[in-house]
Structures are given as C-alpha cells and as structure tokens.
Design a protein around this ligand. Structure first.
Ligand code: GDP
Ligand code: MG
Length: 297
C-alpha cells in the first residue's frame, strides 16, 4: 500500500500559501561519478509512492551516462493537488585528480537559478515564474567505511550554504550493518567539526507522532540508500525492487536494509513543504541580500 503524498492534507496557513497554484518541488543529486545517483533517481520514480498509484506522469529520456545537467519532470497528483516535481541529475565529479573544480558547474547552476528567479521578481509582469531553485540536494558519499574525503568536505560546505543539503551514503549494500553504523557516526562528527550546514527536519512540532518521526529522520542521517533498476521475486507473487547477490537479496524498500523509505518520506511527504519554505526564506533570501548588496557597490 503506497503512502499518500500527504501534502494535500496539511491544514495550516503556510500550506495554503503554497497550494494556491499547487507546488513545485525541485530535487538535485550531486556527488562523484559512479555512486548510483542516476539509478537512485530512477528507483525513486519507479517506487510505488510515485508511480503509478499517485497518477504521475513523467517526461524523461532513457537512462544514459549523465553528461550535462539533466532535468526530469513529473507531475504528482493527489486529490485536487498537483506537485510539479523536477529532478536535477548532475554530472559526477572527482574521478580526475587534475580536474579539481569539476563541481563548479553545480554550484553555478544553483546560484544561477536564484539569480533567474530574482530577475523575474524584479519584472513588473505577474506572469507565472520559471523556477528551478533546488529545494534539496542529495549529496552522495562513497561507501568507503572510512571517512569523508577533503573533496567531499569542500563541496558539501559550498552546497550547504546554498541549498538544503542532505548527505546520503551510496550503495549501502556494500557495507555491513556495523560498518554502516560506524561510518555514519564518523561522518556526523566530521559534519559537525567542519561546520557543514545540513538540512535538519524541524522538531518543534505540536503533533507528538510527527515529532517522533522527525527525531527518527535526524538520527538516521546521513541516510544509507540502495538504488536498483531490477525487480526481484522474493516469494511467489511478491516482487520487490532490490539487488540480488549469491548470498541473498537486498531490498530497497526494507528498513532493515537501508534508509530509502525514510528519505523518500522526508522528501516527498513529511518535509516537502518545509524544504520549499526554507529554500524561500533562508537560501533564496540570503542570496538576494548578498546580491542586492553587491549591486549597490
Ligand atoms: P552515477 O554516475 O552516480 O549516476 O551512477 P549510476 O547510477 O550510473 O550507477 C553506477 C553503477 O553503480 C551502475 O552499475 C549501477 O548499477 C550501480 N549501482 C547503483 N546503485 C547501486 C547500489 O545501491 N548498490 C550497488 N551495489 N550498486 C549500485
Ligand atoms: Mg549519472
């Protein structure tokens, strides 16, 4: 049974601000090449939250090695509420030692979207705005089991000041449960020590169950994910998305195997609205303030 998207059920005022025209949600993925970013996006699109239960339509070219920045659009409909979902897949970086600034286009893309939006806001016309400001950026970390690379730290710092940064550990099936726990805790300490800004779900919720869920999400960070394009029959008639190994099957949507469902819930259900609003109120506002200041000088 797929969970509903849920955004159409939010009763509060802030929701109404977003809902008049429906919502646009833009998700970006970044990280070294070969970590499963494109596969993850496809897994997300094909998982049953989105497709086909919630009446999603998707426009996308078939999977290919990401060369430039690649945008997939989908529409999710629930009741009378529409979410326009944009997913931005970025080229991987870091595979070439001499190519130190290969992540630069990603940062420029983020800034450029803020800039485009700002320029549209300054126009007198009320035409609906083109908006590709990213509401969240999933940063894929190589599952080394050791530590973050200097390159990861550098890129994450830059991302964290521009976008709601959500670190994820790629290919969770390649680490044992113990290795995963240790790796997670090491990454959390580096994030803290290096003062990297990451997205944290708000805890001050009136609803006890929602607060408990938010706490669980925070404790799971960085989310361990598994992506797969394969459906596997685990028992007669029971088909799951997963990866098959000689010793068994790892399932994408099994909470014992990885945090895919938690991450999907955060992005598309419980925290979508907060991601949208904090982008507007925090990241866009700080871009705007800086930009206006530098224009005056
Ligand atoms: P990208 O360069 O980050 O977009 O990576 P791709 O999505 O193209 O994936 C690179 C390779 O990793 C492919 O062979 C995928 O099948 C494989 N892959 C993707 N996700 C996972 C995963 O969760 N676990 C494992 N073991 N392999 C994965
Ligand atoms: Mg790719």
């Amino acid at each position: 049974m797929p969970e509903p998207i849920g955004i159409s059920n939010l009763p509060n005022q802030r929701y109404k601000i977003v809902s008049r025209e429906g919502a646009t949600f833009t998700l970006m993925v970044a990280g070294e090449s070969g970590l499963g970013k494109s596969t993850f996006i496809n897994t997300l699109f094909e998982s049953d939250l989105i497709y086909p239960e919630s009446n999603a339509t998707r426009h996308k070219a078939p999977l290919q090695k990401t060369v430039g920045i690649d945008i997939t659009r989908a529409e999710l409909r629930e009741k009378n509420f529409t979410i326009r979902l944009n997913v931005i897949d970025t080229p991987g970086f870091g595979d070439n030692v001499s190519n130190n600034n290969s992540w630069q286009p990603i940062i420029e893309f983020l800034d450029e979207q803020h800039n485009l939006y700002l320029r549209q806001e300054q126009q007198p016309t009320r035409a609906s705005k083109k908006d590709l400001r990213a509401h969240a950026c999933l940063y894929f970390i190589r599952p080394t089991g050791h530590t973050l690379k200097p390159l990861d730290v550098e890129v994450m710092k830059k991302l964290g000041t521009r976008v709601n940064l959500i670190p994820v550990i790629a290919k969770a099936d390649t680490l044992s449960p113990n290795e995963m726990l240790e790796f997670k805790s090491r990454i959390r300490s580096i994030i803290e020590a290096q003062d990297i800004r990451i997205y944290s779900p708000p805890l001050e919720l009136e609803d006890q169950a929602a607060a408990e869920h938010a706490k669980q999400l925070i404790e799971s960070m960085p989310f361990a994910v598994i992506g797969s394009e394969d459906s596997i029959e685990v028992s007669p008639g029971n088909i799951v998305r997963g990866r098959q190994y000689p010793w068994g099957i790892v399932e994408v949507e099994n909470d014992q195997h990885c945090d895919f469902r938690k991450l999907r819930s955060l992005l598309l259900r419980t925290n979508m609205l907060d991601l949208i609003l904090s982008t507007e109120e925090l990241h866009y506002e700080s871009y705007r303030a800086l930009k206006l200041q530098s224009d005056e000088n």
